[in-house]
Design a protein around this ligand. Structure first.
Ligand code: CU
Length: 343
């Protein structure tokens, strides 16, 4: 009987105040420049141009390396062909309810991690499907004409082929170099380029961490910080590793606006190779400091299982998203599944 009264009461409330039940799922509706309609109950930052949105999986990005399409030159040199497409009209939900207009290489921020061996011919087929001019500027050694600075590639299908010999050994960023540079980088046009030594580094569980920030209110200060774009992602989805297994992290700092960033590992220390150019580590530490595009390789093993934090020791950054967890599992059989690379 009581239930019936409640149901009748509930229905009459909805009949008298129909807006109440709708208000809870109220959505904003936007008409984009292309005429498409977007609905969201979240905030929308920066103009929307299209409805295409980014599908970015930080778990997948973490251990994904692109070795290119392989061929051999007449002189016997390995050629690696990659295709990178720039776009500047994607929408990404970078935090629950926060939608941001990201500029992407191959549809994501960061763009693909491309990988070659020292001395290979790297050939990047660049297509600019954005509305603005873009380029790819690789850090490393290459001819002036391949530097991605003075030859902006026009939007709406402009093309350029970057070709150079991979080197030096290490981990290098690549990014768009069109002015105003800050805008092009902050919106997400960057990625990682790894050059392996001819005699490979020891097998390891390898991963890429791009430290980045998001200025969502355009006041040239970051509102969010992250490792691999999504704030707090690896805190909610800990990175699973094994005890006594060699872990190798390629870390690149792409945070703009803030002069420095840093990386602190809990319950452990790592061997650190600045820029990865030397095969002998320079430091044994739990703390590195990185300025813009500074990068390096960290190597470590965990002896004891459990959860360990890694984060910016600049506490403001970690509290705004730049924090993660390694979940170390005791799995002695895992050694047979070590990641092979350089093929
Ligand atoms: Cu650009």
């Amino acid at each position: 009987m009581l239930l019936v009264i409640f149901v009748i009461f509930g229905i009459s409330i909805i009949m008298i105040f129909p807006a109440i039940s709708e208000a809870q799922s109220e959505q904003k509706t936007f008409v984009t420049h292309s005429g498409a309609v977007v609905r969201t109950s979240g905030e929308v930052l920066d103009p929307l141009y299209t409805v295409s949105s980014v599908e970015f999986d930080p778990d997948q990005y973490l251990r994904n390396f692109e070795f290119g399409r392989l061929s051999i030159s007449e002189t016997g040199q390995t050629i690696r062909d990659y295709t990178i497409i720039a776009e500047d009209d994607k929408i990404q939900e970078i935090s629950p309810g926060i939608f941001y207009n990201v500029w992407t290489f191959n549809g994501t921020v960061p763009g693909p991690t491309i990988r070659a061996t020292e001395g290979d011919i790297v050939r990047v087929h660049f297509i600019n499907n954005g509305s603005k001019e873009h380029t790819i500027h690789f850090h490393g050694i290459h001819p002036a004409g391949m530097d991605g600075v003075f030859e902006p590639v026009g939007g709406n299908g402009g093309q350029f082929i970057y070709e150079f010999e991979a080197g030096p050994v290490g981990v290098h960023p690549y990014h768009c170099h069109v002015m105003p540079l800050e805008e092009h980088i902050v919106h997400g046009l960057y990625g990682v380029f790894i050059v392996d030594p001819k005699e490979k580094r020891p097998p390891a569980d390898e991963m890429v961490m791009v430290l980045n920030g998001l200025d969502t209110d355009f006041d040239t200060e970051n509102n969010f910080y992250a490792v691999n774009t999504i704030p707090f992602y690896y805190q909610h989805h800990p990175i699973q590793i094994n005890t006594n297994e060699l872990i190798r992290v390629y870390v690149v700092n792409m945070v703009e606006f803030d002069p420095i960033n840093n990386l602190h590992l809990h319950g452990n220390l790592y061997r650190y190779y600045p820029t990865g150019t030397d095969l002998v580590p320079s430091f044994y530490t739990d703390m590195i400091t990185l300025s813009q595009t500074e990068r390096g390789i960290m190597e470590f093993e965990y002896e004891y299982p459990g959860k360990y934090l890694f984060h910016a020791h600049k506490v403001e950054f970690s509290e705004k998203g730049w924090v993660g967890i390694f979940l170390v599992k005791d799995d002695p059989d895992k050694n047979s599944q070590k990641v092979e690379y350089g093929t």
